[in-house]
Design a protein around this ligand. Sequence first.
Ligand code: PNS
Length: 171
Amino acid sequence: MTNNGTARHAIAIYPGSFDPLTMGHMDVIGRAAAIFERVLVAVVVNPQKREPLFTLEERKTMIGASVHDAELANVDVTDFRGLLADFVRAQSVDVIVKGLRVVSDFENEMSTALMNRSLSGVDTVFMPSDPRYSFISSSMVKEVFFLGGTIDEYVPLAVLRTMRDKRDGLR
Ligand code: PNS
């Protein structure tokens, strides 16, 4: 943050699949909310990697409830399809926020950040994951949960409830 408080007036976007939101994501959202004036959590409509377990509405509702429970008043939830760079420009966002857990995250995120800056002119700020959450991923949380493991420490309560509903619905 600069001495003249520039970052406090910046709008940040935190994009992702959030299938589902984890405590690692929440940690990044909370820390970004303390730095930037406004944080837009942007859920990608169709993740490239695989078909999401949760619908777009479920993913957004879980994030909205978790942000509300954490009393983060300057955080909003939105969604986007297509290129992040196009959405960033359309929303007049100042900075993209990404969390980094391990070195392999950096390798992927570095080229993505450079491409996004080349396409949109908007820079990416990397936030190192809190070590408590550096091993948590959405895919691991889903695997542990559906194989009967306990994930209470790894996801916000609103996510845990939705995951239980989803599991009961699948039975
Ligand atoms: O939570 P994830 O799956 O790591 O999030 C990845 C996401 C959604 C941020 C990334 O896939 C993305 O930005 N997708 C939008 C399409 C896009 O802009 N692709 C070009 C990136 S160089």
